[in-house]
Design a protein around this ligand. Structure first.
Ligand SMILES: [Zn+2]
Length: 338
């Protein structure tokens, strides 16, 4: 088969890779229907995360089950499935508490920008759709695999309640879909922080009520102005830098909460400021699997259309262009069709 492999910063190639095979009796092999490029893939692409050797890329996926191991009972060949970037057993104590990305048996699922994929712990990791979806549902189901699931977790972690005021730091795909999640969870006011016109437009479509273009402390000042000097009840952080994290914490009111899902890079929190802020923090790699059955159901019923976040569709063979377009912020998110 062929798939995307990164060889160094800015160097993504579509090349031959070994066909995945069932290695454990709990594995499934799926034929990818679609994959995509994640904002977090850009950490490698930009050379911020070191690349030690040629590495298969991608961790978002939907597809048709080709084959399952002898111990897989809940997933069968021919089904269309959505999974998350960490395989999980869905049965251990941590999974049952809803934190599947810290499952005792978790395994990272990488190399999904390819034609085929091995998924470990198939029964616990994959969620099948009621039937094979029509083509127009595929982008939304793919979004559930990570960006929607992550945005949803961010909103839940930030404690979004009906009637709440929510601020979102970050206008990438996750930030935009956390706007949608906040709307679905009943937020009354959703303030999206973005200075890019096309992303502002999408944020408004997904349910944002206000757009703030300032960032850093200037952005915090505007959030305070909009909230009677108090700050937002819930703040979503979807970038992962020191500036964005502090912007999020300072935008929350005392007793409020920050849900942080931007992969932290060199973030150091000031203990004393945090102590006096009375702001709750919960985040990390999103346990997407917790939300998948609900998200698939909402997409299947047509309640939400998160696939609109893909503004570029390319053949998988042109994956390098998908990275370039996202790196140059010409695209919010690139969908790849094998
Ligand atoms: Zn588990």
């Amino acid at each position: 088969m062929r798939g995307a492999v990164i060889h160094g910063p800015g160097d993504v190639r579509f090349e031959a890779r070994p066909d995945p095979v069932v290695q454990a009796p709990t594995d499934a092999i799926i034929r990818l229907s679609a994959a995509c490029v994640c904002g977090s893939d850009l950490w490698e692409y930009r050379g911020i995360n070191p690349i030690t050797g040629p590495t298969p890329m991608g961790h978002e996926y939907v597809g048709i089950v080709e084959e399952v191991g002898a111990e897989v009972t809940g997933i069968t060949p021919g089904q269309f499935v959505v999974g998350s970037f960490f395989a999980s057993d869905n049965t251990c104590e941590i999974c049952r508490a809803g934190f599947h990305t810290s499952c005792r048996h978790r395994e990272f699922v990488g190399g999904t920008q390819a034609e085929f994929l091995r998924v470990p712990l198939a029964d616990g990791t994959l969620v099948a759709t009621p039937e094979v979806p029509s083509d127009d549902l595929v982008p939304s189901l793919l979004a559930a695999s990570d960006v929607l699931g992550t945005g949803w977790f961010a909103a839940v972690a930030a404690g979004v309640q009906p009637g709440a005021t929510v601020a979102v730091v970050g206008d990438g795909a996750v930030g935009l879909l956390s706007v949608l999640a906040a709307r679905e969870l009943g937020a009354e006011r959703i303030i999206a922080m973005s200075r890019h016109e096309s992303r502002q437009k999408l944020a408004l479509e997904f349910g944002a009520t206000d757009i703030v273009t300032e960032r850093g402390d200037a952005g915090v000042a505007v959030i305070k102005e909009l909230t009677d000097g108090l700050g937002a009840h819930s703040v979503i952080e979807a970038v992962g830098t020191q500036e964005s994290m502090m912007q999020a914490i300072r935008s929350a009111r005392p007793g409020g909460a920050v849900g942080y899902v931007g992969v932290a890079h060199d973030v150091a929190l000031p203990g004393e400021e945090l102590f006096y802020s009375h702001v709750q923090l919960l985040g990390g790699p999103a346990p997407v699997r917790r939300f998948l059955p609900d998200l698939v159901d909402r997409i299947w019923r047509g309640t939400i259309d998160p696939g609109r976040v893909f503004d570029l569709t390319l053949p998988l063979a042109d994956v390098a262009e998908g990275y370039r377009a996202m790196d140059e912020r010409r695209a919010v998110k690139a969908l790849l069709r094998p």
